[in-house]
Design a protein around this ligand. Structure first.
Ligand code: NI
Length: 209
C-alpha cells in the first residue's frame, strides 16, 4: 500500500456519442420518472445523482465505522494485524489524512501534515468531519462547474504530475471504502459483533430495516 496510492494517469477523454433523438427521448422519460418519484413516498432522495450518493454513503459509513472504533480500548486500537496499516488506529489515521491531502491537492491548497501517530479516535473523528465536509463541497462544486476532466498538478509527486479532478474524487471515495473494509475486518477479529457491511445499498436502506 503506497503512501496515497498515487498513480500516473494517461487518459484520453472521448465524449460518448449519443444519438440525439434517442437521448432526448430517454432523458425526457427519465425526468418524468424522477418527477413522478419525487412526489411519491417511495424515493427518499430523488434529486441525488451518483456522486451525491457516493459522497453521502462515504460520509455516513465512515462516521459509523469511526463510532464503532470509539468502543475500543487503546490496546485494541493498537493491536497488530497483518492487513491495512497494521492497526485500527493507524488505518483510520491514514484514511482521514488521505482525504485531507487529496482535497488540498485538487484545490491547489498547501498540504498539511497527516494525523500524528497515536491520535485518538475522538480527534480523528473530528478531523474526519472537517475533511469530509471540505472534500464533499469541493467535489460537488467541481461537478456543478463541469470541471471533472480538468487537470491539476500533484505537487507531492517528484516531479509533479498532472491528474484529473474526477479521478481524484473517485480515488478518495474508493480509497475510503478499501480501508474501511480493513478496519471492519480488524473490528471483527477484535470480537465486535453485528458489524455493518458498509455497502451502498445498506446505506440506502438505513433506518428502514
Ligand atoms: Ni491507502
Amino acid at each position: 500500500v503506497g503512501a496515497f496510492h498515487g498513480t500516473p494517469l494517461q487518459i484520453d477523454f472521448v465524449p460518448f456519442p449519443i444519438a440525439e433523438p434517442f437521448a432526448t427521448e430517454r432523458l425526457g422519460g427519465l425526468r418524468k420518472a424522477m418527477a413522478d418519484r419525487s412526489t411519491s413516498s417511495e424515493s427518499p432522495m430523488p434529486d441525488l445523482d451518483l456522486l451525491d450518493r457516493l459522497l453521502e454513503h462515504d460520509a455516513w459509513t465512515t462516521r459509523h465505522v469511526l463510532d464503532l472504533c470509539r468502543e475500543l480500548s487503546d490496546n485494541q486500537l493498537d493491536r497488530d494485524f497483518d492487513i491495512g496499516h497494521r492497526t485500527v488506529r493507524e488505518t483510520a489515521a491514514h484514511l482521514v489524512g488521505n482525504i485531507e491531502v487529496w482535497t488540498n491537492l485538487m484545490t491547489s491548497q498547501p498540504v498539511r501534515p497527516t494525523p500524528a501517530p497515536g491520535s485518538s479516535i475522538s480527534d480523528l473523528g473530528a478531523r474526519f468531519e472537517a475533511a469530509q465536509a471540505r472534500f464533499g463541497q469541493a467535489a460537488r462544486r467541481f461537478r456543478d462547474e463541469r470541471r471533472l476532466n480538468e487537470l491539476y498538478s500533484d505537487v507531492l509527486d517528484k516531479p509533479p504530475r498532472r491528474k484529473t479532478i474526477g479521478a481524484t474524487i473517485l480515488h478518495v471515495l474508493t480509497h475510503d471504502h478499501l480501508h474501511r473494509g480493513e478496519i471492519l475486518h480488524m473490528l471483527e477479529r477484535l470480537g465486535l459483533r453485528e458489524l455493518p457491511e458498509g455497502d451502498v445499498l445498506s446505506w440506502e436502506s438505513r433506518g428502514s430495516g
